[in-house]
Design a protein around this ligand. Structure first.
Ligand code: G3I
Ligand code: 9MR
Ligand code: ZN
Length: 546
């Protein structure tokens, strides 16, 4: 179909807060539209679209329809002049409450080493998996307990750095927006007292403890089988031998950072646990001090699972030092963080490989009273400048997000949500509501207001992803995929056979296939879910302003 004939009306398929700016985005030639009550078909608003934007990333001609004037809570859809209709959506005070619960509950579904069953799992249960001890590469004869934690993704590997990013996002979400975590999930451990998000993160933290070498304090990079199992293999049937890959500086820095964060956040709930987290973080820090020059991690011979290679580990060291400083107030950690700040590594990234942003947040929050201090001022100015850049890109973008064409990489939806997190950090430090509005536009994209008219969260929205590259969803015999999983999203690099065959020549934001074979566009991971929990929590805590 030529672009000229394609017409879609896209919305956030979950909905919009009644008090927010509400915009639908139209692809193709639409000038008039109506907002219609879904139940009755009654038209409640008619509007004109804005001037067309020719959007490079999506290859679409995009017009906007602002229906902020509609303020009555309810269920609606949008109808364009040619009869094209949008997905249904709600306008409500807190439209994202169920979504946030689903995004968080996804971590329960990623659990390893325990049976998922009964009321907790619905039809998506399975038996306990990966209970065998793992062999430690490079240490013949040594076998260690490796059970527990979360699977990384559509595969069953468990990787220390990505696990630390996922926990960090969830703990930060709880720390910044505690009001959004009052509702209970259904978890086996729920005790009516401890917030469920802390119970769920403890699953991963308990596993991370096992990734730390007891003698040196260094942290094993990953724990996986030698290769990936077949796509239909359920976790309990994946019984190949497990291997601990060697300690890396990146994993050790990430471990120190997340454990220092956990020590602070679990303190009011469980002092003994907090103390254990802090001791583990400090042991990891000592390893980092004793290993100032470490090469980046590469897969050992014979291991072909995810590498998560990372040449640059000054960002992980910075996160570790800054987070330890924030938690303990010790001058030695402050000095260590400040020695690293002037060095040229990314300070505002929140990816699995670039953790400098977590260090920056920790450093800024550790010294909120030190706003005159030069390093503090320059880091804060840098953060705001980066947020301004993201906001400027979003303003030019047809679908109002901060990704440029070259940013549609493997896991682009992580960038969408990480960028929204950074915008929300800018909101927190500056008090400017415009940053939050821009972050909310990113959530709208994830939930369907994109050129493909697809909600990238399984089970959420009228037109969600249905065939993720997720082994349990493929192998469990249940028609619907495990719910609440964030798909990786468009990757213009066409990194798997399926998309190379089907998507040649597509614009960046259309390089996505809702097909289980497309691991480079439609896999799911814990660290794509976690920033989405953070962003959703922000908009569940109450009003848009404040
Ligand atoms: O950083 C470069 C950037 O400079 C460049 O412009 C761009 C152009 O393609 O590429 C960027 O690198 C990308 C890199 O991720 C960093 O984000 C690579 O292209 C891309 O291939 C690479 O993808 C990673 C993928 O593994 C392959 O290594 C994903 O980030 C990562 O999320 C993914 O992780 C896998 C695990 O290995 C196994 N478990 C599932 C998980 C998700 O698919
Ligand atoms: O299924 C694997 C997926 O979980 C990984 O993220 C991805 C990373 O490279 O690799 C997938 O495995 C594919 C392998 O790399 C190449 N042959 C096809 C495999 C998928 O069926
Ligand atoms: Zn498992």
């Amino acid at each position: 179909m030529s672009e000229h004939n394609v017409r879609t009306v896209t919305v956030n398929q979950i909905g919009y807060p009644v008090s927010s700016r509400k915009t639908a985005l139209f692809r193709g030639q639409t000038h008039h539209y109506r907002v219609v009550e879904a139940q009755t078909g009654t038209s409640v608003f008619s509007g004109e679209t804005s001037a067309a934007v020719k959007d490079g990333s999506s290859g679409a001609v995009v017009r906007a329809g602002d229906f902020s004037a509609v303020t009555a809570a309810g269920r609606y859809l949008i109808e364009a002049e040619d009869g094209t209709v949008s997905a249904e959506f709600v306008l409500g005070e807190r439209p994202y409450e169920e979504l946030q619960k689903g995004l968080l509950k996804a971590f329960y579904f990623y659990r390893c080493g325990v049976e998922l069953g009964g009321e907790y799992a619905g039809p998506w249960g399975h038996a306990a998996c990966h209970l065998a001890e793992g062999a430690v590469i490079g240490q013949p004869g040594l076998r260690l307990d490796s059970s527990g934690g979360w699977h990384d993704a559509g595969d069953y590997g468990k990787y220390s750095g990505p696990g630390a990013k996922a926990v960090a996002d969830l703990l930060l979400a709880f720390e910044w927006y505690p009001e959004a975590f009052l509702d209970a999930l259904t978890l086996p451990e729920s005790d009516g007292r401890t917030p469920d998000v802390l119970l769920e993160c403890r699953v991963e933290l308990d596993w991370l403890f096992k990734m730390q070498d007891a003698g040196s304090g260094g942290v094993y990079h990953k724990l996986t089988t030698a290769g990936f199992p077949g796509l239909e293999v359920m976790p309990e049937d994946d019984t190949a031998e497990l291997f601990f890959s060697p300690v890396s500086a990146a994993a050790t820095g990430d471990f120190a950072g997340v454990m220092a964060m956990a020590a602070r956040i679990y303190e009011p709930w469980d002092k003994a646990y907090a103390a254990r987290c802090l001791a583990a973080a400090e042991a990891a820090w000592r390893w980092l001090e004793q290993h100032p020059e470490e090469p980046g991690f590469t897969n050992p011979p014979g291991i072909t699972t995810g590498e998560y290679g990372d040449e640059e580990n000054r960002d992980e060291r910075f996160w570790a030092a800054a987070e330890l400083y924030r938690t303990t107030g010790k001058p030695s950690y402050r000095a260590a963080a400040e020695e690293l700040i002037p060095l040229p590594f990314p300070k505002y990234s929140l990816g699995w490989g670039d953790m400098g942003g977590y260090g920056t947040l920790a450093y800024l929050l550790a010294g909120e009273e030190r706003t005159d201090d030069t390093l503090h001022r320059s880091l804060l100015a840098g953060l705001l400048a980066e947020a301004d850049r993201l906001a400027a890109v979003s303003q030019q973008d047809g679908y109002r997000i901060s990704l440029r064409e070259e940013d549609y990489i493997w896991g682009s939806n992580m960038l969408v949500m990480n960028n929204a997190m950074l915008l929300l950090a800018a909101e927190r430090f500056s008090g400017e509501a415009a940053y939050a509005e821009c972050a909310l536009d990113h959530l709208h994209y994830l939930l369907g207001r994109n050129v493909l008219d697809i909600s990238y969260v399984t089970g959420y929205g009228d037109r969600p992803v249905r065939y993720p590259h997720h082994r349990p969803s493929v192998g469990d015999g249940v028609a619907e995929p495990v719910p609440g999983l964030v798909s990786g999203g468009p990757d213009r690099g066409l990194h798997d056979e399926y998309v190379r065959e089907h998507l040649q020549g597509k614009p960046a934001a259309q390089c996505f296939a809702d097909h289980e074979a497309s691991y480079s566009t439609n896999e799911v991971t814990i660290y794509w879910n976690s920033p989405a929990v953070f962003v959703t929590a922000r908009f569940n805590r109450g009003s848009l302003q404040g």
